[in-house]
Design a protein around this ligand. Structure first.
Ligand code: DX5
Ligand code: ZN
Length: 235
């Protein structure tokens, strides 16, 4: 049975933008501010031109919170790392369709490790890449920026991509949640919600803010506004 059975929109805090000298405190602070998930970016310097976070970081996050940990693998050869991240405490693991040689095998591997399996797509990757893998996916992650760095502005074309995927899933009678990542802030989150996003990854806009609880509450209000304005209802 695919899907995550979400009861409402979720905020996933991307710790890439956290203060790493106080990582435990930062994780606790966003958890106390009612973040729904922790989002951990993994970068190998090959698939993306940056390096970030390994299983030890996931273990550290797991020691301070019981919230779901959403690992976003931006690596070549994702199969080599999936088991280690699951053992470290990842509950959700997304892999880029562009990087998986045999995506269906990779998604099955994620599930066999006890985690929910997400398919991630960079902004230039076509939706057709996921077409024959939907049975093996629990959520779809549409990147709104070229992956590799926090603090970038989102590429507006992703909104059409989100709308197209939302309509396509509805047509197929599937209820897979859509996650989006990159450039989501108080000004843009309403557009993402209106387009049909269920899980909102927020990095620099959150960790740059003084009052996490206040910011997350305001983001949820913007999400509601966006959802109300949706022309195509979510399935
Ligand atoms: C980008 C990462 C994101 C990043 C988002 O490659 O996947 O998770 O942290 O950062 P913001 O929210 O600052 O765009
Ligand atoms: Zn990410």
């Amino acid at each position: 049975m695919a899907g995550l059975g979400l009861r409402g929109p979720l905020i996933a805090s991307s710790i890439l933008s956290a203060d790493f000298t106080r990582l435990g405190e930062e994780v606790l602070a966003v958890a106390n501010a009612h973040s729904d998930w922790m989002h951990v970016d993994v970068m190998d310097g090959h698939f993306v031109p940056n390096l970030a976070m390994g299983p030890a970081t996931v273990e550290a996050v797991r020691r301070v919170t019981s919230l779901p940990i959403d690992v976003h693998l931006m690596v070549d050869n994702p199969d080599e790392f999936i088991e280690r991240f699951a053992k470290a405490g990842a509950t959700h693991i997304s892999v880029h369709a562009e990087s998986a040689m045999h995506l269906n095998r990779t998604l099955a591997l994620v599930r066999s490790c006890g985690a929910k399996a997400g398919i991630a797509l960079g902004p230039a990757a076509p939706l057709s890449l996921i077409e024959w893998s939907l049975d093996l996916a629990d959520y779809i992650l549409l990147l709104a920026v070229n992956p590799g760095f926090g603090g970038q502005e989102f590429q507006p074309s992703v909104l059409d991509k989100i709308r197209t995927l939302r309509a396509e899933l509805a047509r197929k009678g599937r209820s897979l949640p859509i996650e989006s990542d990159g450039g989501i802030n108080l000004k843009t989150i309403m557009d993402f919600a209106a387009a049909g996003v269920d899980i909102f990854v927020v990095g620099s806009a959150l960790f740059g803010a003084g009052d996490y609880a206040n910011l997350i509450a305001r983001m949820r209000a913007e999400i509601q506004r966006g959802q109300k304005s949706r022309s195509v209802p979510a399935s």
